[in-house]
Ligand binder design. Sequence first.
Ligand SMILES: *Cc1c(COP(=O)(O)O)cnc(C)c1O
Length: 390
Amino acid sequence: MTRILPTDHEHAFGTRAVHAGQVREPLSGAVMTPIYQTSTYVQEGLGRHKGYEYARTQNPTREAWERCVASLEGAEYGFAFASGLASLDATLKLLKAGDHVVSGENVYGGSHRLMEQVYTRFGLRFTFVDMRDIANIERALTPATRMIYCETPTNPMMALADLAAVGDLTQAHGYLYVVDNTFATPYFQQPLRHGADIVLHSTTKYLNGHSDMVGGMLVTSREDVAERLGFIQNAAGGVPGPMDCWLALRGVKTLPLRMRQHDENGRRVADWCVSSNVATKIYYPGLADHPQHDLAKRQMRGFGGMISLDLGDPARARRFVEKTKVFALAESLGGVESLIGHPASMTHASVPKPMREAMGLTDSLIRLSCGIEDADDLIADLDQAFKASR
Ligand SMILES: *Cc1c(COP(=O)(O)O)cnc(C)c1O
């Protein structure tokens, strides 16, 4: 169980992104946290050691990474996992058979799959609702409800949940309130401030930001939750290796710089999409006519680089994603390089088609992850792909 250092709440966000959680390496004073590529640690005598016994339980590279993200989210404790889904897996292990979860309907496809196709077999029950309206959550509550699981903005429909309103509801009833903050990152949105108990990340995405590792993270300030998560992390063992923690620790140092550029590029590309009429629907909370723009402004400091477009024609959508050159056709998001995807056949193929269609995730929907390249090049690329896809 990794608790932040007493100094980790000092300093502003950008300084913490670079320094939080990291201690001077005692042997040489290396400025960068070493990759402690070891499975075990010498003990001076029986029961006498430096706090490190076995690397599933503790690893100094992992600890620095856990503290850094915890600090950025304003949390006390951090727990790194081998993937975002491994971190959701650990979160669901806080529950027991018979417990009920109310989840957003448009959560990451793999999150939905883990809940519906794995954990229902262990006796957990899930209701998936449109979290844009708090009344939908209230209607889904049962006496067995223990957890509210929320993603905002959602992937790929960019729908928002009102974090503070859900926080009030969960606090009134004592539900465990979990928020997947992968899309916004703590640079733009900090769910713990709105009452969340646990924040979850796929660190594969913006936090690492360089598309060169897969990882997950949970942070919390609740000591009881931290105790249990630390126990689960060690007992089930879904931990990342030190090399991936080191890559992510390096990646997160530039999070504020990257997020500012993703945000600028997202706004430029969204404006271009509007002015050039490429889509029948544009899903980007930074647009003034996005139905939840006011909420976005209230709970987010920026809107980021994720944009979904409905081209109105599935065949054209398929042609479009194959014609871009700067935007690479690939799953995933949140890296420095721009990616384009077709959610219905890629990231969300595991979501049943009727459920996809009901939330607007049509076969003509494409998703853009705007990287940090020059916005003019991104726009020119989309423009040529749009013309070539006619
Ligand atoms: C990618 C993603 C996940 C799953 O994370 P992995 O690292 O791929 O296991 C969960 N939530 C969101 C919002 C994601 O984008």
